[in-house]
Ligand binder design. Structure first.
Ligand SMILES: Cc1cc2nc3c(=O)[nH]c(=O)nc-3n(C[C@H](O)[C@H](O)[C@H](O)COP(=O)(O)OP(=O)(O)OC[C@H]3O[C@@H](n4cnc5c(N)ncnc54)[C@H](O)[C@@H]3O)c2cc1C
Length: 384
């Protein structure tokens, strides 16, 4: 039981990004009493390229068309600002969204399903006890049977349960760049990949309805080079002269092998859990997926009066971590041979088509790895 005077819930979700909003929606749909606490006033800007892959859209039970500002069917690739080619797949690969709109859509659905939302209140502490978990903001203390940390890369929930160290950090920098419609038309249904400006990472141009989202990301050891790399991307794409908002940087956390994402009554989702593809930086898919897995485990716990949330760690280990480990191996190959990768994707139709099928969720890194037969051990070595 919760102490008298504290608002009490079955579940408190900290953070209303894609992970938290998905979990809130799924739990409320099951009739579970859930509160979502969000530090920003919603809707809020989020530094993100806003690429929602077809793979991600397939997880959602609503049509993403309302918030998709563009549908990307092809990619324009350049290497060190020179080698350029474009390939079109002829079918949707990535939907381009602005995160304030996309996230608000997910939050709205959670509220309609019955989740309670308190925004503009930062969670300052999370204290697990024997019977429940206390969650405090500056204004109030709440209590719940289960707390889910969906509070992003700098998760206070992960820190509170001693799991924040289980992440390796990537870092990315991005700005929204206003361009004339003649420039915008050049992108239409293409996204741009700028390779070779930063070791182990890449730059991007993601077209939105009325502007371009331009950014660059890579491993934390490259953080000091990020601003220069960003300028190189702008110059290479002929965008240096256009007005842009101040570039914003943000971490991209990747769970270490054997890292934990659950302790007692508290579990972690999305970026808070380090569920980001180290090769592409894609995190929205894993945020939504982990929200769905957590909802299923929490639902089963409440249905059977159990409190053991370890099946959540097991579900993530089964459904998500093998992909992220394979992506880690590919990241190492990509870092050593970026130029060869660019040539290969230009020349080998099978590689291009496999990459598109990955974005569409029609194949996986693990399926591609299996095709290596006896050479799979190389992948395993590289993913350590
Ligand atoms: C520059 C950049 C570009 C990216 N581009 C893409 C892309 O194109 N496609 C893609 O799939 N992924 C992309 N990502 C990754 C993606 O943004 C994240 O993986 C995704 O947002 C994770 O969702 P989440 O719900 O776990 O966390 P978030 O979206 O970060 O949401 C966390 C929420 O918690 C709130 N919060 C934080 N602390 C507290 C607190 N103490 N109390 C209450 N609330 C709190 C935050 O305000 C936020 O609303 C990009 C990342 C960066 C940095």
């Amino acid at each position: 039981m919760s102490p008298v005077g504290k608002s009490s819930y079955d579940v408190i979700v900290v953070g209303a990004g894609p992970a938290g909003a998905t979990l809130g929606y799924e739990l409320a749909t099951k009739g579970i009493n859930v509160l979502i606490l969000e530090k920003e006033r919603l809707p809020r800007y989020k530094a993100c390229a806003g690429g929602v892959t077809v793979k991600t859209a397939r997880l959602l039970d609503f049509d993403i068309g309302d918030v998709a500002q563009r549908v990307v069917t092809g990619v324009r690739v350049s290497y060190k600002g020179s080698k350029r080619f474009a390939r079109d797949y002829g079918q949707p690969l990535v939907y381009m969204v602005m995160r304030d709109e996309f996230d608000q859509c997910l939050v709205q659905r959670a509220r309609e399903a019955g989740a309670e939302l308190v925004d503009n209140q930062e969670v300052l502490s999370v204290v697990p006890g024997d019977a429940d978990v206390e969650v405090s903001t500056a204004a109030e203390t709440f209590a719940a049977q289960v707390v889910a940390g969906a509070d992003g890369a700098n998760s206070i929930v992960a820190t509170s349960i001693g799991l924040a160290e289980d992440r390796e950090m990537g870092v990315a920098l991005q700005a929204e760049v206003r361009v004339p419609s003649s420039t915008l038309r050049q992108w239409e249904s293409l996204l741009g990949l700028e390779l070779g400006h930063i070791r182990g990472g890449y730059g991007w141009v993601f077209p939105k309805r009325d502007h371009l989202s331009v950014g660059v990301g890579g491993p934390l050891c490259q953080a000091k080079k990020l601003k220069d790399a960003y300028k190189s991307v702008l110059i290479a794409e002929g965008l240096a002269g256009f007005a842009s908002a101040r570039p914003r940087s943000h971490f991209l956390p990747v769970l270490k092998n054997r890292g934990a994402i659950q302790r007692g009554r508290v579990l972690l989702l999305g970026d808070a859990a380090g569920l980001v593809d180290p090769l592409t930086g894609e995190g929205i898919y894993y945020a939504v997926k982990s929200g769905q897995l957590a909802a299923s485990v929490i639902g089963e716990c409440f249905a059977s009066n159990a409190t053991d949330l370890r099946p959540y760690q097991d579900a993530v280990a089964r459904d998500i971590l093998p992909e992220l480990r394979a992506a880690r191996a590919l990241t190492r190959l990509f870092t050593w041979s970026t130029g060869s990768y660019v040539s290969a994707i230009e020349s080998y139709d099978r590689l291009w088509r496999a990459s598109c099928r990955l974005l569409r969720g029609e194949t996986s890194y693990i399926s591609l790895k299996r095709r290596l037969g006896k050479l799979q051990f190389v992948f395993d070595l590289l993913s350590r």
